[in-house]
Design a protein around this ligand. Sequence first.
Ligand code: ARG
Length: 583
Amino acid sequence: MNLLELLRGRFFKALEGWAPDPLTASALVKPATDAKFGDYQANAAMSLGKAMGKPPRQVAEEILAKLKWDDILEKPEIAGPGFINLKFRNEYLQGQLTVAANDDRIGIAGVSRPGRFVIDFSGPNVAKPMHVGHLRSTILGESLARLHRFLGHMVITDNHLGDWGTQFGILLYGYRNQLDAENLKKNPVAELARLYVEVRKGFKSGTDEEAEGDPVQDACRLETVKLHQGDKENLALWKQFMPFCLEEIDAVYQRLDVHFDHTLGESHYQPMLAKVVADLLGQGIARESQGAIGIFLTEEGTPALIRKRDGAYTYTTTDLATIDYRIREFNPTDILYVVDSRQHLHFQNLFETARRWGRTGPENGPRLVHVPFGSVLGADRKPIKTRDGKAVANLDQLLDEAVRLAGEIFDANRAEDAEPENRAMVAETVGIGAVKYADLCQNRTTDYVFSWEKMLAMDGNTAAYMQYAYARCQSILRKAGAGPDTLDTKASIHLATAEERNLAIQILRMEEILVASASELRPNILTGYLWDLAKSYSSFFQNCPVIKAPPTLLPSRLLLCHLVARCLKLGLELLGIKVIERM
Ligand code: ARG
């Protein structure tokens, strides 16, 4: 049940035919800023009053005269300059809770017009160890995929691996000059990681992968060029290396419970690039300049290169081929790119080029959306880099550390019915959950400072807090003997206290939250909700005895606990985080 949409629909009907722009006006129904004003409030009367030249309070009266409210709401009140305060009737909430309790989606409907979303996320440059920088895209992308799927959209996830770039030149050079052949046989993944690090140590300090005039880097670049030109030996080595590179990243994905429908890396598009360039040249969208081929989107700005002077194709060329391929292959309504905000300009140019190329437009093709995010910062407020070599930079070690710290928390907070043999499982679930949640609960466009202390706090907006709240619900239900088969889901619900009523509203708000979180592409809307829900549960728990409740209230309170548990579990699941039955 989407309470907000229900109210907006009612307001739309009430405004239709006499008020200007009823759609915009009905969108001014919002959750109440303060519970003492009710559950929701309608703020349309002020702007309508202005537009219609009437006192807003009078407009509010006129709206109320037309609004159908009595089956779901208490009598609406007009407050201040013309706010309309809306409070649901308890009987209505009680009925909706019963529906939710007996529905396998907790009463949450799917969207009426499902889209087809291609979600491009993670996309690490393989052949170098995964580091903390890969975390955000991976975690955000997975969550957005889960959210959209749950709401009924068709979702196709695609990992656009950087599997064709300069880092392979580094490996090829390392293979030829610094190989430990024994180690390659015994532990190929580790040997490749070692080679990557060793070769880079030989770079002149402070230079990046593209720097020229450094003999080692020049040699590496030469290897990449040979690979791209189809050199047999390099290509054979690339094919030999790839499975080991994939093995390494797959282990991380498995641990993070992240899944892709497709892993079509940059290499997949190589056979298509020449045609893309020819096509763009032919259509006059690209042109030659000093031996290179570029797209000049503005007169004075730098062009987006699609073929360099040495004949090499670029990141942009590959991305153009990818758009073309995805449209042909998947026919999507939307393509989401969950990629670092520092690539803003790349995507802006890319989308504009795709438009000129006729692949997208207001009337045709998919909506192309860059879903940008900020950096993960160290305590020094600078982006955490691989080069620091600190434990926190390497993703696998980072996850190990999270799990180790979560194990300590388990020891310190263990409930009396927790099972010590579950320690490893609990530590893994809490540790990984903490890392994910810490990322998802941020406003994604801002940078955030990585902090173990914050992300593993037991009281706050953290995964551990939600996981404990869930386990606590389950523990109460167990103690009351209300298991999956014995809980009376048809029991009538009584919202006897303010805490119960507040909890009811929270439970029933979940659909509205999921819709907003998906359409705004912001999982932090969901985490904020889970936190509110968990806090409401906590005050319910403190003020309303459950197991010791009077017999008339016991079934109702158990059902509330059950619904809270289900909302927490679903919400965490959509964030890619698991729950634990006993902690
Ligand atoms: N490999 C790229 C990087 O590490 C990210 C790929 C994002 N996806 C895309 N279609 N460009 O920066």
